[in-house]
Write a protein that binds this ligand. Sequence first.
Ligand code: MG
Length: 242
Amino acid sequence: MKIDSLGYQDTPILPDSGFHVHDGLRPQPVVVTPGDGTVPPSDAVVLFDGSDLSQWESLDGGAAKWTVTDGWMVVVPKTGNIRTKQEFGSIQLHVEFASPTDVKGEGQGRGNSGVFLMGLYEIQVLDNYDNPTYPDGTVGGIYGQYPPMANAVRKPGEWNYYDIVWETPLFDGETLLRPAYVTVFLNNILLHHRRKLLGKTDHRVAPEYVPHGPTGPLMLQDHGDLVKFRNIWVRRLDPAES
Ligand code: MG
């Protein structure tokens, strides 16, 4: 079959791409085999499949000290945050977490952890099931900046699913050229729709951007609570990195 027979060459030119409307010569989308909820899509970078922490390290560069059991990892309090050995720019991220079944503490002290994009920008993980806290620290919140549009967390012990689209900020030296944007779903509920970040996230501090490179690790937080994670994968969204 002639490839240009797929479409048209006598149609108007699209302004962004320079291709014709319905251009048969436009590059075909890459074929990706979808996952099924537990199986990642075929082009994903799998960061945790339930077997080991080989993709992860402690912040001192040593081995990650969290425990792997029965297909999930769990925070080992006071061993510190863990981060991926690989670095990423803009990504699609899937990560699942479960709050401790032994419910202890209140507010920020209950089932606290976090998903830090590029190691700097926290999407909060917290057991907010019947446990209110300051809104911008709610599960799914961009910590210290934006509350989620909904509290969609499941009961302690039940698995929650984050699906996140992260657009890295861009810097030219000390100058911010483009802020970061994030879209977050929790259990298929939209929490943030391409929200523009104010800077890196922090506790009791006004957010501001601190210039950094085009990539960074994914980091998970040790906040002293026995939060579990499983089924972690990303898809790189910047073609230059793939
Ligand atoms: Mg946290």
